[in-house]
Write a protein that binds this ligand. Structure first.
Ligand code: SF4
Ligand code: SF4
Length: 669
């Protein structure tokens, strides 16, 4: 073996060894987490997801900027074969695939290397222009630090140099050994810049390009686990092992089995107070982040100027795990004493999340930010009793009176006085149990929605009844505010009440009630079929059971409620309802459907004081104004309140109306 082979072999083993050690280190850090909450089964679904979202890059190209990533990703995969050829030439200086493969396969490979290599070069140049010159807002935080900029520049620079050095080596090969097999226009262009050797010996400059190429590959391999490109290692397992919606729908929170918690055991906490309290899939999430910033762009908390930035949340959790994890894995106390909750992730960050799923929806590698934040919120509330006075009051109201407003329980029936609404306690049986919800029962603006729905039901001759004073808050806000114990108590009470009666479906105007009863009560033994009034009314109209007139002659836009849209995939039904009554223009806001901005009420934020200049509802109302709509149609009582408040705060009462779709329909009956 010559000197070149000895040096090359040593470097290959050193790089592979360091890479292997680094991967093992990350594996040990991830294993610090608790067991997965969700089952890891249904491998057919998992493999399909990897084929579609990892190899097919489908979740990445949902955004146009993802196409650059698509080409770099595939370029890298395929050019791995070109790299093998490059290394092989270190042992056999004139090696080409044609020596072991048929000529046609070699021609195909060479053409592919050429065109893909060029695509990668173009994609890298575009990424550099985008990252360093255009600098989109969504990359500002992640790449804003000196380290972030250096990391991005180093990686992009290395990939570009890899491609250029590959084309130069091809150029020298063409000039020295003759044309490459296949169609290689880019290599031919590079060949026109270089001179070969007439005696068939590869010139010195070829060796320079060849060494540059191989040294970069080996450096890249060693650097990946320590750079932002660690997602190359983390994203595939993260997609493969992620939560299956058939086990737990997106947005459905984990149930704490209090009977299984050993409160006497050392180090036991409710929620997540230490990094090792997260489950291992939550820790794996951290290494999958591509730092694309899409979650930041879609986060209402960030967009309204709050401290929470979901991209930085994942970034900071990863940095912290990298910092303290090695000590924890070795059974030692980390030296700096930095606490996860408070020092690394501030309480303001934890309390800013509206649980809108804007981040989760936009994440190309299926990171679950909401679970992380909710787990830390549970720790603050249940373990540390660190709760603001207004949250304490809300939780007390729910526990003692059965509604978060703290209004007298008897008020629940005021909205339906004189409407002749049947009660379940008398009827015992009905096709639909109309779950009114606290907002529609108690909030004056939303009482109109309940009355409108009753008018629709009575016009359509629907057999329905309500629980009346037997109905209590679903507990959604308690759960989102981190008080899982109270949620479970309230949910169990409601499940018992519901089980007393016979009905086919529960009907509700509130997406939060819809989500909690339909998706979360199952965790506690309450399996009910729930229908949201948007779908219900849309079907009544489609079947001709009600025929509202098209008397809405104002320009109207529909605001997607997070718990209806992103949480439950209902986007079309409310729009169909709006279209059926609108005689004027129906317009979409710029941020709409899956990308709609939250109104700011979810996650219990409804009950908290927001700083006046950081209110999410004002940002969202800005979207309504930008659409030019005179009516903002809603399908959620909380959106209804939040947008109405924003309208008043901005002094736009005379210009924009905020109305639920049920009201719009009832007005036309
Ligand atoms: S759920 Fe919504 S508010 Fe919470 S971090 Fe994600 S995007 Fe931001
Ligand atoms: S968490 Fe997901 S969306 Fe956010 S920066 Fe990372 S990869 Fe992008």
């Amino acid at each position: 073996m010559g000197l070149q082979q000895i040096v090359l072999t040593t470097l290959i083993f050193a790089s592979l060894g360091f890479f292997g050690y680094s991967v093992y280190r990350i594996y040990r850090l991830i294993r610090l987490g608790k067991p997965s909450y969700d089952p890891i089964d249904d491998w057919g679904w998992r493999i399909k997801s990897v084929l579609k979202d990892f190899f097919g890059q489908m979740s990445v190209v949902r955004e146009p900027s993802g196409w650059g990533h698509f080409f770099i990703f595939w370029g890298f995969l395929v050019l791995g074969l070109a790299t093998v050829e490059m290394f092989a030439r270190g042992y056999n200086p004139h090696f080409q695939w044609g020596q072991i493969l048929s000529h046609s396969i070699e021609a195909f490979l060479k053409t592919t290397f050429d065109l893909l290599g060029f695509s990668v070069m173009v994609a890298i140049v575009i990424a550099m222009i985008r990252g360093f010159i255009i600098r989109p807002e969504r990359l500002s935080k992640l790449r804003g630090s000196a380290h972030g900029k250096f990391d991005a520049a180093l990686i992009l620079g290395m990939i570009l140099t890899l491609m250029v050095s590959m084309f130069f080596t091809h150029g020298y090969i063409i000039k020295t050994e003759g044309e490459l097999a296949g169609f290689t226009p880019v290599s031919n262009i590079f060949a026109s810049f270089v001179t070969g050797s007439s005696d068939g010996t590869l010139p010195f400059r070829y060796h320079v390009a060849w060494w540059i190429h191989n040294l970069i590959i080996l450096t890249f391999l060693a650097y990946i686990p320590h750079s932002k490109h660690v997602h190359l290692l983390g994203s595939l397992p993260n997609i493969l092992l992620r939560r299956n919606p058939k086990d737990r729908k997106r947005g459905v929170l984990k149930k704490i089995d209090f009977e299984q918690v050993d409160f006497e055991a050392e180090g036991v906490s409710l929620g997540v107070g230490k990094i090792q309290d997260f489950t291992w899939p939550q820790l794996l999430d951290l290494y999958a982040c591509t730092e694309c910033g899409r979650c930041q762009q879609n986060c209402p908390a960030y967009q309204s100027g709050k401290e929470l930035n979901p991209a930085m949340l994942i970034h900071d959790l990863k940095s912290y795990l990298n910092e303290v994890g090695p000590y924890l894995a070795a059974g030692k106390e980390p030296p700096n004493g930095k606490q996860l909750v408070g020092d690394v992730i501030s309480e303001d960050i934890i309390w800013a999340c509206t649980t809108c799923l804007g981040c989760v929806e936009s994440c190309p590698v299926f990171i679950e930010h909401v679970d992380d934040l909710q787990d830390m919120r549970r720790y603050l509330v249940m373990d540390q009793a660190k709760v603001s006075p207004e949250v304490t009051k809300t939780l007390e109201n729910m526990e003692n009176i059965g509604n978060p407003w703290g209004l007298p329980h008897q008020n629940r029936l005021k909205w339906c006085e004189g409407l002749n609404v049947p009660m379940m306690s008398q009827k015992k049986e009905a096709e639909y149990l109309y779950w009114v919800g606290c907002a529609a029962a108690l909030d004056t603006k939303n009482q109109n929605v309940a009355r409108a729905l009753v008018k629709i039901l009575q016009t359509a001759g629907v057999d329905f009844a309500i629980l009346g004073l037997e109905e209590k808050c679903t507990g959604d806000s308690a759960r989102r505010l981190g008080q899982e114990f109270l949620f479970q108590n309230m949910a169990q009470g409601n499940i018992e009440t519901l089980k007393k009666y016979k009905f086919k479906k529960i009907l509700t105007t509130c997406p939060h009630c819809f989500n909690t009863i339909g998706n979360e009560y199952k965790q506690l033994g309450g399996d009910f079929e729930v229908v949201h009034h948007s779908e219900f009314i849309s079907e009544l109209i489609a079947s001709g059971k009600i025929k509202p007139s098209k008397n809405l002659d104002k320009k109207v836009t529909y605001h997607d409620a997070c718990y209806l849209g992103r949480h439950n995939g209902i986007y079309d039904a409310p729009r169909a309802v709006v279209n059926s009554v609108a005689s004027g223009d129906v317009v979409e806001m710029q941020r709409t459907r899956e990308k709609a901005l939250c109104c700011g009420a979810g996650g219990g934020i409804m009950w908290m004081d927001e700083e006046p200049d950081k209110r999410v509802n004002l940002v969202r109302f800005g979207d309504v104004e930008a659409s030019g709509a005179e009516v903002a149609a809603t399908a959620c009582p909380f959106c209804n309140i939040m947008l109405d408040d924003a309208r008043k705060m901005k002094g736009k009462e005379d210009e924009v109306l905020v109305k639920d779709i049920a009201e719009l329909v009832a007005e036309g009956l």
